[in-house]
Design a protein around this ligand. Structure first.
Ligand SMILES: [Zn+2]
Length: 165
């Protein structure tokens, strides 16, 4: 499990930012993630669907983990995969990925900067706990990398949270 961000990682992180934009464009929160194996092959992608599904727990990473019933693909060894997220995972998502077996997570937009953007939505629930603080207490180690591509990710979140201006 590489503890460095590679060029392949950056490409996949860019895809997660695209998925986030798609979620925002359909009226959900602008958050998205991509799951890829150690070769960089995309296995799954999921955008936030809180509004379109009516499920407040339908964050991108939770949706991804639920979707991994892996109908056609068969069981996936998530410990050898990476989840790419356009923004630092919240505690619910971080714990869900951990208990699902994910051991490498790369995020684009850091929590502090994301919070600056979303603070204009005072009713949006938020827990101030960085993913490294939470998963630093996990028994099995998790590689956590980020922020990376933060400006690109910030633009997408800002556009859909606060509007074009
Ligand atoms: Zn979340």
């Amino acid at each position: 499990m590489s503890e460095q961000i590679t060029a392949v990682d950056l490409k996949l992180l860019g895809e997660a930012i695209e998925v986030a934009g798609e979620a925002g464009a359909r009226g959900d929160y602008p958050f998205g993630c991509v799951l890829a194996d150690s070769e960089g092959t995309v296995i799954g992608r999921f955008g936030n669907s809180c509004f379109t599904s009516g499920d407040p727990t339908a964050h991108a990473e939770v949706g991804l983990m639920r979707d991994l019933g892996m109908q056609a693909l068969g069981p996936v060894d998530l410990s050898k995969c990476t989840v790419y997220v356009n923004a630092e995972p919240c505690p619910m998502c971080a714990a869900t990925m951990y208990f699902g077996g994910v051991r490498r997570i790369i995020f684009a937009l850091g929590d502090e900067r994301c919070r600056q953007i979303t603070s204009r939505q005072p009713d949006a629930p938020h827990i101030e706990m960085e993913v490294r603080d939470l998963l630093g207490k996990a028994v099995q180690p998790v590689v956590i990398l980020g922020p990376a591509l933060e400006d690109e990710a910030a633009k997408v979140v800002d556009r859909y949270i606060n509007g074009p201006n």
